[in-house]
Design a protein around this ligand. Structure first.
Ligand code: KG4
Ligand code: ZN
Length: 350
């Protein structure tokens, strides 16, 4: 980000309004000092997309248009903050659905210009990492963060706020995407992650054994497309035979969780990092939290698991990441566009 719009406050990060609209949640939040959450409002579009079994981009953009202003108003009201009190703005610039991103980006730009406030564009991934600092026990630096969501599955070595290195990522589907696809295959509902999580809790994780993709490949990369295919094949092979859906969900979940936990532990060992953290929508998964807690304790490592509402998409994480960006002097250029995909490494273009 190379242009300064304005800088009216000595600390642009003192009171930041964050706006997030990259996928199917319209969110706004007010965060003080990058750390204190004053409000976080999320308008979910789950009901709008559920009949289609996934997010319909055009529909998402239209819902963001309708929701964005009311959500910003609600976030300000809940924080008991007036627009004039803000010291800076932060908005998700990418990655995500381009039409959806444009709604938040243009609203944030308009607010920044009309209020003469500094504004920063935040990567959605950077946001998920910053969410870790908003819980009761923020992780120390450096820490190793597993970012696991519907769009991403990556391990980051986070050296300090806003400075991270991607050590590995999925080569195909994200873990959350695999949950959603398996749920869709069986018509369980959308979004699939939480539904499979609940069914799995009543199943036997050892009853149906599915492959652990790339577990022993020596890299810190993931692959979940093959696991979804394994479920498709299992379904074909056992068509007409009785098996419990709960057992299949538990078996699928066990495969996902084992790979996520073991690769994260391997990354910590390889890079000599003593503290782990998990963030992103799938970080609210009960089995993942349980197994990560057990593995971290066994290895003598610290662990940060944010509360579920900070794991799934929200704007508090964008405001928190934005606070660091604003303080570091990053600014969104007036002509800056939304970015649908980020290159490997996860940085926004400068
Ligand atoms: O972070 P997020 O809200 O949006 C993205 O950035 O993608 O993550 C959404 C993803 C979806 O794939 C959803 O199925 C998954 O997170 N998810 C879960 C759980 N809750 C949400 N996956 C497994 N178990 C859960 N409890
Ligand atoms: Zn997300």
């Amino acid at each position: 980000m190379n242009q300064t719009l304005s800088n009216t406050s000595p600390d642009p990060g003192a009171l930041v309004l964050g706006i997030e609209s990259s996928c199917d949640e319209t969110a706004a939040a007010v965060v003080a000092e990058g750390r204190r959450l004053l409000s976080s409002v999320v308008a979910s579009q789950v009901k709008d997309h559920a009949p289609f079994g996934g997010v319909v981009p055009e529909l998402a953009s239209r819902r963001h248009l309708a929701n964005a202003v009311p959500v910003v108003r609600a976030a300000l009201a809940e924080a008991e903050v007036a627009l004039a009190d803000l010291t800076g703005l932060a908005v998700t610039q990418g990655p995500g659905l381009i039409g959806a991103l444009l709604v938040g980006l243009n609203l944030a730009k308009g607010l920044a210009w009309s209020l003469n406030l500094p504004i920063v564009g935040v990567s959605h991934l950077e946001g998920h990492l910053a969410a870790l600092g908003l819980g009761d026990a923020p992780p120390p630096f450096p820490h190793l963060a597993l970012l696991v969501s519907g769009g991403h599955t990556s391990i980051f070595l986070v050296r300090e706020p806003g400075r991270q290195e991607e050590l590995g990522q999925t080569v195909d589907d994200a873990a959350g995407e695999a949950y959603d696809k398996v749920a869709k295959l069986y018509g369980l509902g959308y979004p699939g992650g939480i539904i499979i999580d609940r069914l799995a809790a009543r199943g036997d994780p050892k009853a149906i054994r599915l492959p652990r993709p790339r577990l022993h490949d020596g890299t810190l990369d993931f692959s979940f497309a093959g696991l979804k295919t394994a479920v498709v094949n299992f379904r074909e092979k056992h068509r007409g035979e009785p098996y419990r859906m709960e057992d299949l969900c538990a078996g699928f979940q066990e495969a996902v969780v084992e790979v996520l936990v073991k690769k994260t532990l391997a990354a910590a060992e390889r890079h000599g990092v003593g503290h782990l953290a998990v963030t992103g929508g799938v970080a609210s998964n009960r089995r993942l939290r349980e197994q990560m807690t057990r593995a971290a304790a066994e290895a003598g490592l610290g662990l940060t698991l944010p509360p579920p509402e900070l794991c799934t998409d929200n704007a508090a994480m964008i405001a928190a990441a934005g606070c660091h960006g604003l303080r570091a002097g990053r600014r969104l250029a007036p002509e800056a566009d939304a970015v649908s995909r980020l290159p490997r490494g996860g940085a926004l273009p400068t």
